[in-house]
Design a protein around this ligand. Sequence first.
Ligand SMILES: Cc1cc2nc3c(=O)[nH]c(=O)nc-3n(C[C@H](O)[C@H](O)[C@H](O)COP(=O)(O)O)c2cc1C
Length: 192
Amino acid sequence: MTQLANIIKERRTVRDFTSQPIDMDSLINLLDQAAWAPNHGHREPWQFKLFVEGAKQTLLNEIVKSYQRIGITKEYTEEQLIKYKKVMDDFFLNTPAHLLIYMKKQDTQKVWEEDFLATAAFIQNFQLLAWEQGLGMVWKTNPYIYDPEFCDSIGLAEDEKIVGVLHIGYPKKVPKAKERTPIREKMEVVGG
Ligand SMILES: Cc1cc2nc3c(=O)[nH]c(=O)nc-3n(C[C@H](O)[C@H](O)[C@H](O)COP(=O)(O)O)c2cc1C
């Protein structure tokens, strides 16, 4: 297997991180490298907000407010709320960095989808480059990213859309891989 194939196969989504901090210059360097992702019209649609240090609490506060608004935590009992708060605090405050990736909503479906897909390609480039350096992450698309009030609270304009949030750090635990389906089972060879 080539080195690239090996990194693609070995990379895992990581949800549990050590407290080891991430060097900001190295992180930005990885993002610069990820920007060699294909993107149509050279629009480089990806944009970022990086939450570190005290800003992690600010992000968490806005997510908690969003979940109250959306109704996700509305039916929780007192006991469930305490448990939920602890899980959220532990995850958001102990994970070294939260990288929110967004793009401009485009006028036509074609351009919108091109930009959405290019940003996804960027994210996968970044996941692989980070993995090569021993960094792990989970790419999340939780309900708050579709909450306009949440987007406004973190300073996004109405014509901007969150593609995902990457929670990044050095892995404490790497989950086992789930096997992939052989492509032959998903492909109809037409002709030939
Ligand atoms: C577009 C996208 C959205 C995802 N959203 C979430 C999410 O909201 N929460 C989560 O825990 N994992 C999320 N994941 C991570 C997947 O669950 C993960 O990639 C999958 O379990 C396969 O694991 P692997 O990445 O280790 O191969 C997302 C992945 C992708 C590509």
